[in-house]
Structures are given as C-alpha cells and as structure tokens.
Write a protein that binds this ligand. Structure first.
Ligand code: ADP
Ligand code: ASP
Ligand code: MG
Length: 453
C-alpha cells in the first residue's frame, strides 16, 4: 500500500490535477493521498500559500479608520479574489460538484477574526483537498480532527499516530490535506513552510504503508540544487541520514522533518516527478545499496549565517569557558548551528536572523561571562555541506575539497567535519556561495558541471 503526497506545482491548475488522477488511477495500491496548496504555474506566478499569508497580514492591518486601513481592506479583497479565481477555475474546468463559493465566503470572513496566520495559511491545502476528493470520488479526512499539536505548539506524534490510524481504518481510499493540524484548544496550527511533506510521512506511518511517494517537479533528489548547478546528476538511492543532512542544509525538495515518522517505521520514500511519471526518481532507504564512486552522495547549502569568533589566550586551560559562551547564547534565546574550536579560539555559528535580534545583548554577555581578548563577527556567511556515506572509507576527500575551493579562489572561513564522517561543512562568504557549490560539484560529481546562468 502506498501513501502519495503531491506538491504545489503538481496541483497548480486543472491540467496538473488530471496528471495526478492518472498517477493515482494507474496503481490501486495508492490509497491515501496528501495534497499541497496550488503552487506556481509559471515563474512569475504566486503560490496560494503566499497569498493567504499576505491576506492574514493585511487583515491584521485593517481595523483602524485611517486611510491606510482602507487601502489594506481593498488589497485584502483583491488578493482574496485572486485566490477565489484560482480555485474556481480548477473546479469549473474539471466540472467538480463542490460548494466552493460557500467555502470561500466562509474563509474570507473568518481570516480577519483569527489571531494567528495558521488558519489562513492552511486553507490552500484544505480547499485543494476538497477538490481532489471530488475529482477522485474518495473520502475527505480533515487533519484538524486527527493531526495534533500540543499546547506549546510542538507536534504530538503519539496522539496523531493513534487518531490518524483510527481515521484511516474506516476508509479504503482517502484524501488528507497536508501542512496543518489542530491545537488542543481547537485552533488550527501549521507545520513550517513545506510541511505537507511532513503530513505525508505521518500518514504513511499511520497507514503502515509499504512506500511513501513524494511527487514533485523534479525527477528525484539531485546531487546539487538545480538552481545553482546545471543538470545535476540524480541520486538513485540515499539513506535517511544522508537525506536529513542534505535537506537540513538546504536541499528543499523534501522538508527536513519528513524523515522522522517514516524512519521510525522503516518505510522507504520515493521522490517522483508528476510531469515525468515513468521516471523511477530517488529511493530513500534505511541502508542504501552500493556507494557513489567518489564517496560523495550530494551537496547542499544555505546562506544567512553569521560566525562569532571569540579569542582568548589559554582558553583551552580555562575550566568552563565553553559552557559560559553557550550560556550567553542560551540566555539570548538562540540555538547555535555549529561550534568549531581551536586552541585559543572558539567559533559559534548561528543564523544571522537570530543574531540580529539579540546582537548587542549577546556580545555584552559573552564579554561579561568570558572576558575574551577579542570578539569578531563574520556576517553574511553561507554554509555548504558535502555529504556521503562513502566518506569514511575514502582517503583524501577533505584535501580534494579544499583544493577545489582554493582553485576557485574561495576563502574558507570555517570547517566542521561531523564525527559521523558523513559530512564536511565549510563556511564561506555568501557572495562565494554559488561558485563554491559548483567547484565542489565539479571535483566530486561531474567535471562538466557548470553554471546555470
Ligand atoms: P513541492 O511543491 O513539490 O513540494 P518544492 O518546491 O518544495 O516542491 O521542492 C522541489 C524543488 O526543490 C525543485 O524544483 C528544486 O528547484 C529544489 N531543489 C533544491 N535542491 C534540490 C535537490 N538537491 N534535488 C532536487 N531538487 C532540489
Ligand atoms: N503549502 C505549504 C507551503 O507553501 C506547504 C507545502 O507546500 O508543503 O509552505
Ligand atoms: Mg515542498
């Protein structure tokens, strides 16, 4: 039995809906389907979820008698009618019998009454779920009744597993919208962006599926981001651990938390392309077969980091130095990403956004708690992870990596090799990011790998 999740681009208009119907009909083992909200139809288009977030923001800004409030109200109406049009177009092209106008009127009225953005954001998946359920003639299961969060906003996996498994039992075929669930007080809550992947994994576990298919707009997990490297090679098989490293570090094709529910149950994930359904895509498994030749499975990275370099002579001999640095970070409510250390230096790598919110306080507290010789901050850093289960058994990988970066004139500011020997992470200046990814790709995966621009 297969659980299939379809991303936004796979359900962006009526033609895409028909491709999805074909895929579902072609194998009766595909019994539970998780839709996202309609995504972009072309590069200049808007994702429905982005429009819904915008509606929430505008609705918050209405409320006063000012001139801007009237403008915001008009803009709210305009954007909501764009959303309305998108859904009505799909329903009429497919001749679906759903009371969409009634649902849309209700949502348009309710968004301004909701204190958080989650209700608004979740409606794209909700409405797409109604449409897909009508198209297939399958039951509609609202995750507001079976996907649960706790009072503190964290996902409640045990309650969800019980209630989802129970809800699925009564339906042989069903549509369950992605991205959202419920709080104990009955309000809607969403996962973070891209979270329909997480719902798909939750449903796969609850259904005890043999396979979790994740249908998107690329034919599998690629060895590098196709927006940076031209035609990157596909990864045929990858382990859960490698995938977690790559998706956490920016390979956005699968949400970084989608691994956990299926890993628990040992269910493989198959990344597939809705626009090329015969293609086998990528299989994500507990243990993959074989190893890539150069030992490297893939490369991923993100911009938006900062590195704080704290220097103090003899810091290594000072008991509790590291703890005091981390105490300052913790007091500022920041969680750090990496912590490379030298004899007299310690670096804290964190998200630039988190640093910007607490910069002065953090630096003051580090000075007070550790009395360093100096503190330096490198802003606008990018981190790049080179990941591979074959790394442990190959010599010279680090030296090849640094040779490639040096030949490309990229200055490496930070190095961190996880103790698992699955991953080497380098920190480079954001402006060198694309160049660095291409240099690493060219060295390990494909010499002809080039620029996309
Ligand atoms: P969906 O809407 O189907 O969930 P996403 O936009 O979330 O799709 O993810 C698919 C996109 O992820 C691709 O179009 C591609 O641009 C991007 N991407 C980034 N890194 C990778 C990678 N390593 N392999 C495949 N796609 C990647
Ligand atoms: N529609 C949501 C988003 O845009 C969730 C998803 O696509 O997975 O983030
Ligand atoms: Mg996605």
């Amino acid at each position: 039995m297969i659980v299939a999740k379809f991303g936004g681009s796979s359900l962006s208009d009526s033609e895409q809906f028909l491709k999805v119907r074909e895929i579902l009909r072609s194998d009766p083992a595909r019994r539970y389907v998780i839709p996202s909200a309609p995504g972009r139809r072309h590069s200049a288009d808007h994702k429905i979820t982005d429009l819904l977030y915008r509606c929430h923001d505008l609705a918050q800004a209405i409320g006063s008698e000012s001139r801007e409030a009237i403008d915001h109200a008009r803009e709210y109406e305009r954007i909501f009618s764009e959303i309305r049009r998108r859904f009505l177009d799909i329903a009429s092209a497919l001749e679906l019998n759903v009371d969409l106008e009634g649902e849309l009127d209700n949502i348009e009225r309710r968004i301004p009454q909701e204190p958080t953005a989650d209700y608004a954001a979740s409606r794209g998946e909700y409405l797409n779920g109604l449409l897909l359920s009508a198209l297939m003639g399958w039951a509609f299961i609202d995750p507001a009744h079976c996907v649960w969060f706790r009072d503190d906003g964290t996902f409640d996996s045990e309650r969800t597993q019980l209630e989802c498994a129970h809800a699925l039992l009564t339906h042989e075929y069903a549509v369950i919208p992605g991205f959202y669930g419920n709080m104990p007080d009955g309000t809607i809550r969403t996962f973070s962006r891209g979270g329909s992947d997480v719902t798909g994994a939750i449903v796969a576990r609850a259904a005890d599926a043999d396979l979790y298919e994740n249908w998107t707009d690329v034919s599998g997990f690629l060895t590098a981001d196709p927006r940076i490297v031209k035609n990157p090679r596909r990864i045929e098989q990858i382990t859960y651990r490698e995938l977690r490293e790559l998706s956490y570090m920016g390979a956005t094709v699968l949400h970084e938390d989608a691994i956990f529910p299926v890993r628990k149950a040992g269910i493989p994930i198959n990344i597939r392309n809705t626009n090329e359904p015969e293609h086998p895509g990528t299989l994500i498994l507990p243990h993959a077969q074989g190893e890539p030749l150069a030992g490297i499975t893939g490369i991923a990275g993100r911009k938006g980091f900062a590195i704080i370099v704290i220097e103090k002579a003899m810091m290594n001999a000072e008991l509790g130095f590291g703890r005091r640095v981390l105490q300052a970070v913790e007091e500022c409510g920041i969680s750090f990403e990496h912590l490379p250390t030298g004899i007299d230096t310690m670096c804290v790598v964190l998200h630039k956004e988190a640093l910007d919110k607490a910069r002065e306080r953090l630096i003051t507290r580090i000075y007070e708690l550790t009395e360093p010789d100096s503190i330096e901050i490198h802003e606008d850093m990018a981190l790049i992870a080179t990941v591979g289960r074959g790394m442990v058994r190959q010599r010279g990988i680090a030296s090849r990596l640094f040779d490639a970066l040096s030949e490309a004139h990229v200055n490496v500011r930070m190095i961190d090799q996880g103790s698992s020997e699955l991953n080497i992470i380098v920190g480079v200046s954001s402006q060198d990011f694309d160049k660095a990814v291409r240099a690493i790709y060219g060295t390990f995966i494909d010499e002809s790998g080039g620029d996309v621009h």
